[in-house]
Ligand binder design. Structure first.
Ligand code: PLP
Length: 483
């Protein structure tokens, strides 16, 4: 099969000698690349989502599944009718089951018993034989696969060590994003499981333009995101080559899930949790750069996760959870899908004992802000800006919020689509000749016990850079910062 970026029908002979129709395999790859319209952090950048859930078996894994079987066949290692074996708990199992069905192979999939019912059912529907090992024992599944191969039962494809996994992306995903962006891509973001996607795409894109930044995504400490792993150095997949990844970003489970829900609600892209993570990473990245074309991989479709409850009303009702400073750009962008008016409150980190901010001003402000926003029927995003040392850092982008709070003026930033009264305040602040005057302007800009400062918004998405610049203009005196 042709793994390149075209869908041209192979020139095989057809039964009636007249027409060559494609097979399902011919529709693996060539997935759509779509522009995000509402989830943004910087209007000068474009974020593009590569919809891998549009592959026939529903995930990015269709590519390596077909590539590994086709290449093994080409090398004479396997032939139709043989038995293939793989230890897998996720999308690879479903993709291999499809590819084995298309090419006429038997397939034994070994997986932990706690695999979701819908996944098992999908693999079985494609005719795969499922072998269970005790829940959570993926290593045992791998050992068993090797043992079955040693006993001559079949051939293990081994997606973690098989170069034909990244090859599927080198020949397909890489050229597709290059062509679909007319070579304009500046950043590529992919979550990392076997790392096949990021390895293959990186190799292709770097050959085209070594300046393209390749950003890998891994779950943060303690996070569990299906399909991706935080690999300890000694367990990194054999196909992984460190030099092919310029930067690794860490995303928490809750952030990935919130982004996944927002993606469905405001972009119409129904995807899985690792895809939410990739979008979050793209949004964070977009807050740092200008005039960029960022491509992120949407690994699979959301319906594969329905039984886990991540799309339930109950799960959505708790959005947005308090976020960290590093998450702030993506959390602010996600507000677009939540009830208005939108408020953002910067607070100290919570005290581990009480769960409330360690700063008494913040705790007082938080209580008032929560009830005020609840009464308005709006959404409050709480941003935990850190502990005392962080607040004193003059280079910290949120230092002025912290400074305002420490000087006893809790700052509740209100987002308004038309940019007022934030725009008015911004203009006044620009005209202010001294930091003290700017400080006074903010102090005057009050409507109740909470002080409001509104941020600029361009109407299509939150412009975090503009917000920070605007607040920077409200320069505080050193005395106020040194609390
Ligand atoms: C849902 C999901 N996301 C991301 C990935 C990561 O892709 P890769 O294995 O190419 O790194 C996988 C891989 O199985 C996956 O199933």
């Amino acid at each position: 099969m042709d793994l390149s970026a075209t869908h041209e029908v192979p020139a095989s002979s057809s039964n009636n000698g007249a027409l060559d129709y494609p097979t399902v395999e011919d529709y693996v790859g060539n997935t759509p690349l779509v522009r995000l319209q509402r989830l943004k952090t910087n209007p000068s950048n474009v974020i593009l989502a590569k919809l891998e859930g549009n592959n026939p078996a529903g995930s990015v894994k269709d590519r390596p599944a077909v590539s590994m079987i086709a290449e093994a066949e080409r090398k004479g290692i396997i032939k139709p009718g043989d038995t293939l074996i793989e230890a897998t708990s996720g999308n690879t199992g479903i993709a291999l089951a499809m590819a084995a069905a298309i090419r006429g192979y038997k397939l034994k999939l070994i997986m932990p018993a706690n695999m979701s019912e819908e996944r098992r059912a999908a693999m079985a529907a494609y005719g795969a034989e499922l072998i269970s090992v005790p829940a959570g024992k993926m290593e045992l599944a791998r050992d068993l696969a090797q043992e079955l191969q040693a006993r001559g039962v079949g051939v293990v494809l081994d997606q973690f060590g098989n170069q034909d996994n990244p090859l599927g992306h080198f020949k397909g995903t890489g050229p597709e994003v290059w062509e679909q962006t007319s070579g304009r891509i500046t950043h590529f973001v992919s979550s990392m499981g076997t790392t096949g996607t990021i390895m293959g795409v990186s190799q292709y894109l770097k050959e085209k333009n070594p300046n393209i930044q390749i950003v890998g995504l891994q779950p943060s400490e303690g996070a569990s995101i299906a399909g991706i792993r935080r690999w300890p150095k000694q367990y990194l997949p054999k196909i992984f080559q460190e030099e092919r990844v310029d930067r690794v970003m860490e995303i928490g489970q809750r952030e990935a899930e919130e982004a996944m829900r927002a993606l469905a609600k405001v972009e119409g892209i129904f995807a899985g949790v690792s895809s939410g993570g990739a979008v979050s990473a793209a949004l964070r990245l977009s807050a740092e750069v200008e005039n960029a074309t960022i491509v992120c991989i949407i690994c699979d479709r959301g319906d594969r996760y329905l039984s886990t409850g991540v799309f339930s009303e109950e799960a959505a009702a708790s959005d947005p959870q308090p976020c960290s400073v590093s998450e702030f750009p993506s959390a602010a962008a996600r507000l677009v899908g939540l009830p208005e008016p939108h408020y953002i409150l910067f607070t100290a980190d919570p005290d581990p004992e009480t769960g409330e901010p360690w700063c008494p001003d913040c705790a007082r402000c938080l209580g008032a802000a929560r009830s005020r926003v609840a009464a308005a029927g709006g959404t409050l995003l709480e941003v935990q800006v850190g502990q005392r040392p962080v607040w004193k850092d003059k280079g910290h982008p949120l230092r002025y919020h912290a400074a305002l709070q420490l000087s006893g003026i809790p700052t509740l930033v209100r987002w308004q689509p038309d940019g007022t009264p934030g725009a008015r305040l911004g203009a006044e602040l620009e005209a202010a000749s001294t930091p003290q005057e700017a400080d006074q302007l903010i102090k005057d800009f009050v409507s109740s016990d909470l002080r409001f400062a509104a941020a600029a918004q361009d109407g299509s998405g939150v412009d975090v850079q503009a917000l920070i610049q605007e607040l920077d203009k409200a320069s505080m005196s050193d005395g106020a910062v040194a609390h």
